[in-house]
Design a protein around this ligand. Sequence first.
Ligand code: SF4
Length: 341
Amino acid sequence: MTIRLPSELIAAGLAPADALADLARVAERYAVAITPEIAALIDRADPQDPIARQFVPDVKELEAAPGERADPIGDDAHSPVDGIVHRYPDRVLLKLVNVCAVYCRFCFRREMVGPGKQMLSPQQLDAALGYIAANPAIWEVILTGGDPLVLSPRRLTDVMRRIAAIDHVKIVRLHTRLPVVSPDKITPALVRALKASGKTTYIALHANHPRELTPAVRAACARLIDAGIAMVSQSVLLRGVNDDAVTLEALVRAFVECRIKPYYLHHADMAPGTAHFRTTIEEGQTLMRALRGRVSGLAQPTYVLDIPGGHGKVPVGPGYIDMCGDAGAVVEDIAGVRHGY
Ligand code: SF4
């Protein structure tokens, strides 16, 4: 059973009994869900366990930090119709559901997701798909949420069929945590539902720590990839979870071993009550430099920041080159030694 209540967190040994009142205050504000697979991964003897830190509520979530905002990446500023975010000309987000199988404590959409939050009505879905059909520049549709894979295979098949009927859309990408947090839900019926005739399907898998990639998770990803679905990774740089080179190295190696191309390492967004997870950008750049020296290009994610306010996502380094006008450039190697070019 998925753990949702403060009393269940305590009964499962994931929090001390005297934390009940604090847990209740956090749970009142932000949704809580921990699947049995994730609960089983948590080391109860380790107060710093990186899996627990991602999913077990913390009273620090009630502390607001300067600059934090309910819509940190500015989705609302780019939403022409309900469920659509059209920030870049050639792609849209289609937010089908506002629920997830788990609720990550650092979630950038934490104000929008949770049980009871609305999903798109049939009329809103018609209007969203109509918007995509009417905009021939849209080459890629990104299903996100919430977690779109919590929908039944029947509903996903319906949406994928309707997208497949739009000629100018070539790529359908789904952002999900489900293969990590509930690998058994990646059933043959679900895998079939994700294939849209004539389109290429990508799955962006959200995982942040190498321990999340258990044998069952790896098998679930293999079911998707063996069916012809390409996979990339998305991770968030999180203090106390993966903000060290050894953990990041193990994470990206695990992705590549699973045939998942490391894609993005997100700098943690300015979501409310998440300051205890955020590193500095300088720390992130130092980690990326360390990664460059440790693993091949195949295993390198791009370190990105979503500029608060809806101004889009950009790589935030580190940079290896200083341009010197007519005098050429100075390039730094992975050991930090600078060379003229
Ligand atoms: S699965 Fe994604 S959308 Fe859902 S809580 Fe985690 S980060 Fe947020």
